[in-house]
Ligand binder design. Structure first.
Ligand SMILES: NC(=O)c1ccc[n+]([C@@H]2O[C@H](COP(=O)([O-])OP(=O)(O)OC[C@H]3O[C@@H](n4cnc5c(N)ncnc54)[C@H](O)[C@@H]3O)[C@@H](O)[C@H]2O)c1
Length: 418
């Protein structure tokens, strides 16, 4: 039985725990959080109230002889926690995305885990969402030929969604604890991951980013454009775009966060649309107009994946299952530290572009350039005190407006299940 410990029992711990609860090969032996009541509440909710709680993560690592550690804390803590766990010889370290708040820390994490012969995993769960796994299989079978362009829109809605503490937003809006903003950097890592993986690419060549700061705290609405590297001069150039849309008057029940994703991939032979991810399984998924995968090829429209699990939690369960297998049987984690770093590079590019008002090239985002300040993300200057409360107040009042307009599902029952 593999002994598992968790550092950070905040919002996402409810999802990261699920793969372990479902596993016959692991046992959660301890959790660590500086907020002991938070840790206690989570253990109660998971039915694991006898599991030990530490307020000092170092003591948990020193005393518990762990095989796997999950790091689920604000981004600036990922490196010091990984370093301590690696030096203590924990064989498997899983770090929630992004790998770190800057590239310097990413490089340090990769180095220390290599030196200590530890498997470092960047936990990026969208990559394991069942409809996306099916889409990738279809793309690899060249159903739409050679993919030419990738487009993803993340729509932020009014919810209702899972309850979240304000505390978890506070560190996200600060560049020195998050590494960027709550959307393009924090949430964006998932979307940049899909933009590379589904398009069968390892990096992009250049990026242009246009980021508005809504209510001065959220890094949206934003529009980001990039070009993939060309393999040879005969090949058609390939591009991608990403949008974050603030639609806080859209009434849109979700079991998790108040957002959803829509993707379109155009290829040399056809087009593929991917409907929903984070809020998958809500009433939109149940409409016949929104199967998870739709293709148009040779004059024919087809849909796929209607029987696949659409609830977002399956992406977490699958990702954890994969890591347990890697630790038990050997193999390479999805993602590796290097791939995790690359996603951080991609996610930093739009901010630097926004700041410097120019196209940014992949090779410019390095630890060295971070040190000499030529490519470090800066805190937006227009950040005002109270901006966060203003934003949440607006989202709440818009939601009430939506309900008054007579939209359905006005009595939302939180449907979270373990
Ligand atoms: N995969 C996803 O879809 C997804 C979604 C949300 C968050 N995340 C990631 O998960 C991580 C955590 O995010 P969250 O939303 O749960 O944040 P959160 O703020 O809800 O929780 C963070 C927890 O870490 C604890 N903590 C802070 N300092 C600590 C320390 N020194 N020792 C022990 N515990 C400490 C806090 O008390 C808090 O309980 C981040 O990396 C975030 O980007 C991933």
């Amino acid at each position: 039985m593999l002994r598992v410990g968790i550092i950070g029992t905040g919002d996402i711990a409810n999802l990261n725990i699920q793969g372990y609860i479902h596993s016959q090969d692991t046992e959660l032996v301890a959790v660590s959080d500086i907020d002991i009541s938070n840790a206690g509440e989570k253990l109660e909710r998971w039915g694991l109230r006898t599991v030990k709680i530490y307020t000092d993560f170092k003591k948990m690592i020193d005393h518990e002889d762990l095989d796997i550690i999950e790091i689920l804390t604000p981004h600036h803590l990922h490196y010091p926690m990984t370093e301590y766990a690696a030096k203590a010889g924990i064989p498997g370290i899983s770090v929630q995305k992004p790998l770190a708040h800057n590239i310097t820390d990413c490089e340090r994490m990769i180095k220390i885990c290599e030196e200590e012969n530890v498997k470092l995993k960047l936990f990026e769960n969208f990559r394991f969402y069942p409809p996306y796994l099916k889409a990738k299989e279809l793309l690899d079978n060249r159903i739409i030929g050679d993919p030419l362009s990738f487009r993803i829109n993340t729509i932020l809605t009014a919810g209702p969604s899972m309850p979240r503490g304000l505390k978890s937003l506070v560190w996200r809006i600060k560049v020195d604890t998050c590494g960027g903003g709550p959307l393009v950097y924090d949430d964006g890592i998932h979307k940049f991951s899909l933009a590379l993986w589904l398009m069968d690419q390892k990096r992009v060549e250049k990026v242009y980013g246009w980021i508005d700061y809504f209510s001065s705290v959220m890094d949206a609405p934003s529009n980001i454009f990039w070009k993939y590297p060309s393999q040879n001069s005969d090949e058609a150039p390939k591009y991608g775009t990403m949008q974050f849309t603030m639609a806080t008057n859209v009434y849109y029940p979700s079991n998790y966060y108040d957002c959803d994703e829509f993707i379109e991939i155009s290829g040399t032979k056809g087009i593929m649309w991917l409907n929903q991810c984070t809020s998958g399984g809500n009433f939109v998924s149940k409409s016949p107009e929104h199967p998870p995968i739709v293709t148009y090829v040779d004059g024919e429209v087809k849909s796929y994946g209607k029987n696949l699990a659409r609830d977002w939690r399956h992406s977490f369960i699958n990702s954890t299952k994969h890591f347990i297998k890697v630790i038990k049987e050997g193999g390479t984690p999805i993602y590796t530290g290097e791939q995790g770093r690359d996603l951080c590079i991609f996610a930093k590019m739009p901010y630097i572009s926004q700041q410097q008002k120019r196209t940014i090239y992949w090779n410019e985002i390095t630890a060295e350039n971070e040190q000499n300040q030529s490519c470090s993300v800066k805190q937006p200057v227009n950040l005002i005190e109270g901006g966060l409360s203003k934003y949440t107040r607006r989202a709440k009042s818009d939601l009430r407006k939506g309900i008054k307009q007579g939209l359905e599902h006005d009595i939302f029952k939180y449907q979270y299940e373990l």
